[in-house]
Design a binder for this molecule. Structure first.
Ligand code: MSP
Length: 650
């Protein structure tokens, strides 16, 4: 991102979220990344202003409220509470929360509108074109073609009405020049290229007012029009710093250092927004970063799939820092990513429970055991200590570069390489052996000091990403987060503590999640994905025709062998005969209700044309049918009279 002037407040924003939708991980992702930047700069002693909020006007919100029998403001009030609850649970440290229905926002919108108007860049005209309400976006006929809205595919509406226009065409050259001269302005680079080619095709003037609905801010010079919702929404970035209300504060905070947004709303932020600002004579934001989109278990995040990645549920299930870590570690910030529970649990167990958690517990455990719970003072360093120290120092220094590029994934990989190096250092120095000989005591003290100091570095490094975990590390090591008034470059120097502090052994940082749990969640997700189109009511089962039922191949089968699946409490591996001498391997979640011995010889019903799936690494070539009691006991479906394997079940 380049270096901003040091004294200026570091200003980071998220998009303001529409209030017709409930918060999901897509929203959580943008807000979390902004939180990491905010915490990072605060830790280094910079003044920070971190803004998030809600976008409450526009036709989409008005329609959605009407459908629910609510006034738009009632819908907004309800949704705002949900967003705020999520931000609290996710430990988001925003300094302000802007709502576009607040009076201060109206003042800022009036201020920017008047500036643009005074520059002669707003004129009345007639708008005729195509509009997509869900996306609140105008499109040309060429863009729409046969396929509906180019962004969401839904039908667009033809709109013809009087409208005020913004003379965007006038800023085409200046915008191009700005993008070309400031390679950091639009990130990542692929998105910058998209915008460059969009602008090179020419900028048309933009309709910025509407008369066909009234849920919005009035055009200051003509209250019979409401402002286009994007004109209103983008201005939020100026409202909170104080445009129209607090000029001094505004001066200190604006321009934004970085607007973090999803790739879908890049054009608004990288084309419309800078041209509005140019017309208003205001400085442009330094960086607009368009991150990628999440899918869930490989599928588009539909309404029902959102439930399994509901941020509050995830936080309750796995813990807030595991969620924070996973979202930023799993994919590179500009790229699209997939949220899979297996991947989540894998990372949680490997990186957090094993690597980081064990490093802390073994270090603290050894200091307790060998040094009476007091971090020792070091004596002479050997090449091993020098190598480890240099690595820790290099990781600390590298963070600035990562943050400047919003490279959260790279930063976390780099930090966890230090965790791995620390674990390797324990293996190489074998402190438990050193403890056995009195003559090795000084060496033991150096090793334990080095580990404690390494963990103190990790405490500082992980703080922006996992603040609670970082605090726990600090607490167990007996070190304060940051002594007030002590500059970060001093605290982050190797040897920043001399030893002598008392440690406090505590609970594990991250409990391991059992793989069974992963399988259960995975199955639930697959079920939800399949049931995607099904009605939500449990007893309102969707009707299907006989042809659809006949597509399922059901056969009688005889169980010829059964054995537990290693490391699983729920699963059994079955070998079944399905007729014609053919044998199949199935994996069934029945281990809690059947022993392998009780199963051999039983006649069961098997779906034989199900796509093979792997469960806990074992292939399942079909599915055995069973019922479930209200208490959750699984009972296999069998027959009144014995039937040979391979008979059709219909
Ligand atoms: N209200 C506008 C923004 C106005 S900013 C001046 C808006 N709101 S939104 O609620 O629809 O989207 C907010 C953000 O959520 C966008 O950055 C969007 O990219 C992000 N996401 C929505 N779904 C997402 C995923 N599936 N994955 C990642 N981010 C996603 O647009």
């Amino acid at each position: 991102m380049g270096d901003p002037p040091a004294a200026k407040t570091f200003y980071v924003t998220t998009p303001i979220y529409y209030v017709n939708d409930v918060p999901h991980i897509g929203h959580a992702y943008t807000t979390l990344s902004a939180d990491v930047l905010a915490r990072y700069h605060r830790l280094r002693g910079r003044e920070v202003f971190f803004l998030t909020g809600t976008d409450e006007h526009g036709q989409k919100v008005q329609r959605s409220a009407a459908e629910q029998g609510l006034e738009p403001i009632e819908l907004a009030d309800r949704t705002v509470e949900r967003f705020q609850a999520i931000w609290e649970a996710l430990h988001i440290s925003n300094d302000d929360f802007i709502r576009t229905t607040e009076p201060r926002h109206r003042r800022a919108v009036e201020a920017i509108f008047r500036r643009i108007d005074e520059a002669g860049d707003i004129y009345p005209g007639e708008y005729e074109g195509l509009y997509c309400v869900p996306c609140e976006t105008f499109w040309t006929e060429l863009q729409v073609g046969e396929g509906g809205c180019p962004s969401c595919g839904r039908p667009v509406e033809t709109v013809r009405e009087k409208s005020y226009f913004f003379r965007m065409s006038r800023y085409e050259k200046r915008l191009l020049e700005h993008i070309e001269r400031h390679p950091e302005f639009i990130q990542p680079e692929s998105r910058r290229n998209e915008i460059l080619s969009f602008v090179r095709q020419g900028l048309k003037d933009l309709s910025i007012s509407r008369t066909t609905f009234d849920w919005g801010l009035p055009v200051p010079t003509d209250p019979s029009h409401v402002l286009y919702v994007w004109f209103d929404a983008l201005t939020n970035y100026l409202t909170a710093p104080g445009l129209g209300t607090d000029p001094e504060r505004f001066e200190r905070i604006w321009p934004a250092d970085v607007h973090l947004i999803g790739k879908d709303i890049l054009r608004f932020h990288a084309v419309y927004w800078p041209t509005f600002l140019m017309a208003a004579g205001l400085p442009l934001p330094r960086v607009v970063f368009g991150h990628g989109w999440w899918t869930v278990e490989g599928q588009k995040m539909s309404k029902s799939l959102r439930n399994v990645v509901d941020p509050l549920w995830l936080i309750e299930t796995y813990g807030v820092d595991a969620v924070r870590y996973f979202l930023l570690r799993e994919v590179s910030f500009g790229a699209d990513g997939d949220f899979s529970h297996r991947a989540f649990i894998g990372r949680l167990n490997a990186d957090l429970a094993n690597d980081l958690g064990n490093l802390l517990s073994r270090t603290v455990g050894m200091i307790q055991k060998y040094c009476d719970g007091v971090v020792p003072e070091p004596s002479e360093e050997t090449a091993l200590e020098v190598a480890f120290r240099e690595r820790a120092e290099a990781v600390m220094v590298a963070q600035d570069g990562f943050m400047a590029q919003c490279a959260f994934q790279k930063a976390l990989i780099n930090i966890f390489e230090l965790v791995a190096a620390a674990n390797k250092y324990v293996d190489e120095t074998a402190p438990f052996k050193l403890a056995k000989r009195e003559a090795d005591r000084p060496r033991l003290r150096t090793v334990l000091y080095t580990l404690a100091e390494g963990l103190r570095f990790l405490r500082l490094l992980t703080d922006p990403y996992m603040p609670t975990t970082a605090a726990k590390i600090g607490c167990q090591l007996g070190i304060p987060a940051l002594e007030p008034g002590r500059p970060f470059n001093e605290v982050s120097r190797w040897g920043g503590t001399e030893g002598g502090q008392t440690i406090h052994e505590g609970p594990k940082l991250f409990p391991r999640i059992e793989e069974d749990r992963a399988v259960a969640i995975h199955e639930e997700v697959a079920r939800l994905a399949d049931a995607e189109e099904a009605p939500p009511e449990e007893d309102a089962v969707e009707e299907i025709g006989i042809e659809e039922f006949q597509r399922v191949s059901l056969r009688t089968a005889r169980i010829v062998a059964a054995e537990p699946v290693p490391k699983s409490k729920k699963l059994l591996k079955l070998t079944v005969e399905v007729g014609g001498g053919e044998q199949r391997q199935l994996v069934a979640g029945i281990a809690q209700d059947y022993t392998p011995e009780a199963l051999v010889g039983k006649s069961v019903v098997v779906v034989t044309n199900l796509k093979p799936a792997r469960l806990m690494g074992v292939e399942s070539q079909g599915m055995v049918l069973a019922g479930e009691t209200p208490e959750g006991k699984v009972v296999l479906a069998t027959f009144d009279e014995p039937l040979e394997p391979g008979c059709v079940v219909k």
